[in-house]
Design a protein around this ligand. Structure first.
Ligand SMILES: [Zn+2]
Length: 390
């Protein structure tokens, strides 16, 4: 078995990743040149076909779950590779992008120097493929020192994983570690913690009245909203790293009518679960205590993502990654970010998790999105090394 931490092994992994680089690039081009926005199930399923085929070609068992419901989404593809014994490793990558149909025709995959561009190249076709190629590389060198590697290819991450999230949450606890393959950040950092997010829709109901004739009969929902907004914005930084943003205000009908209704959309984030729960309770308290008499305030809360906290398991994974990177000849750091991913799901299910293990890229969700092609081989080798050492 080649599980030891010697320099030789890492170089072998790198050599194999290098040998597979032209194939990686071909598949990357093929995948980027498919319109596969979350709401384009046919496109996502073309990516799912490529993933399923690759699993089958390399000895994985595959389970493909079609999505049932509205809106229509692509299939969930889960591969399982059985080893000779050892830790159970969960890999998570997503197949969807944020781009509408027609984007590929306007700006297909291109390479200029060491930079590849195209819709989803960094977020996250390169990372999705790193998961495949890292395991191909381990198979190439005959490494099978794991119990199972389970690879979840998610069709709906960009809309908050409504279909795949519950499946990932259920799978995570059966695994010793979760490695999430979103791209490394533009400076090369991997991600060891992410904020949790709770979205609120707050509806304020007052009473309409003629604003000039008998305003005293009215109860102004917008006036109440103003008080509520100030209180909600006041939650910023009351706990370390907590952010509270009222991002949408919708209310009133005409200037001569006391506003009957006002709706607020609020994004609350926290790096730590305890602070998130305290802040959530504070939102409830603010809304339970209106300044305008007789208004009714209702709260609809959605906690899509719990925080990904670093913890002991995360620290150990970072140490493994940093050690392997240094043997590969580069310095690696980990970072915290305010954005959420499937790593929030695996981590809050109790499975030690690190993220940002794909190749280096940036400008995600925009037309300038890029991947650094020189990072593909080292990051694929790094991921293979991490899988072999957990
Ligand atoms: Zn994204």
């Amino acid at each position: 078995m080649l599980a030891s931490a010697s320099l030789m092994d890492v170089q072998m992994l790198r050599d194999r990743a290098q040998a597979r680089y032209p194939e990686f690039l071909d598949v990357l081009e093929a995948m980027v040149n498919v319109d596969c926005g979350s709401y384009s199930p046919e496109g996502v399923n073309r990516i799912a076909d490529l993933c399923e085929g690759r699993f089958l070609d390399h000895g994985w068992e595959v389970e493909r779950q079609p999505h049932d419901g509205e809106p229509a989404l692509g299939d969930l593809v889960i591969g399982t590779l059985r080893g000779a014994g050892g830790p159970d490793v969960l890999l998570v990558g997503h197949m969807d992008t944020v781009f509408d149909d027609g984007t590929v025709a306007r700006r297909p995959f291109t390479i200029e120097g060491d930079i590849a561009r195209g819709p989803g190249v960094s977020d996250m076709k390169a990372g999705l493929l790193a998961g495949f190629f890292a395991t191909h590389v381990l198979q190439d060198v005959g490494f099978d020192g794991f119990g199972t590697v389970t690879y979840v290819c998610n069709p709906d991450e960009e809309i908050g994983s409504p279909f795949s999230g519950p499946v990932i949450r259920e799978l995570a606890p059966a695994h010793d570690v979760a490695l999430v393959l979103e791209g490394a950040r533009a400076n090369g950092d991997i991600v060891s913690s992410r904020k949790g997010i709770t979205d609120f829709t707050i509806t304020i109901e007052g009473k309409a009245a003629h604003a000039g004739v008998e305003p005293e009969k009215g109860r102004n929902a917008i006036l109440q909203a103003a008080h509520t907004i100030l209180a909600l914005q006041g939650l910023n930084d009351r706990w370390p790293g907590v952010t509270s943003n009222v991002g949408v205000v919708r209310g009133g009908t005409r200037s001569n009518v006391v506003a009957e209704r006002c709706e607020l959309h609020v994004d609350l984030r926290s790096p730590e679960l305890a602070a998130l729960e305290e802040a959530e309770a504070e939102v409830q308290r603010i809304c339970a205590d209106p300044a305008v008499p007789d208004v009714r305030i209702t709260i609809d809360a959605h906690g899509w993502h719990r925080p990904m906290e670093k913890g002991e398991g995360g620290r150990r994974l970072v140490a493994i990654a940093v050690g392997a990177a240094s043997e590969l000849g580069f310095e690696l750091r980990d970072a915290a970010t305010g954005g959420a991913s499937d790593a929030n799901t695996t981590s809050s299910a109790g499975t030690p998790t690190i993220d940002g293990l794909g190749p280096i890229g940036g400008d995600d969700h925009g037309p300038a999105e890029w991947v650094d092609l020189t990072s593909i081989v080292p990051r694929t080798a790094l991921l293979a090394a991490i899988i072999s050492r957990v």
